[in-house]
Design a protein. Structure first.
Length: 80
């Protein structure tokens, strides 16, 4: 199923192993505590009509936590 405006776009897909790793990373961040207002740099992995998916490392968010996550940046938060 494609959302309007995304037909035919190649979007990176993660394997089930990657999803499991992301869940573990999210749980580790939650357990360690982190500053949700902190800005991080990442790599845009896909764009859609409503924003961009960005892949970023979490090592700078909480001490002792490693891994990477994908997150949606809404178009209203993107700067030109």
């Amino acid at each position: 199923y494609d959302l309007p405006g995304t037909e035919g776009k190649d979007r990176p897909q993660r394997s089930q192993g990657d999803r499991s790793a992301q869940i573990a990373t999210l749980n580790a961040l939650n357990d360690a505590g982190f500053d949700a207002a902190k800005f991080v740099e990442g790599e845009v992995v896909s764009t859609l009509a409503f924003g961009a998916f960005v892949r970023f490392g979490v090592s700078g968010l909480a001490e002792g936590v490693e891994g990477e996550l994908d997150g949606l940046v809404h178009i209203s938060s993107l700067a030109v």
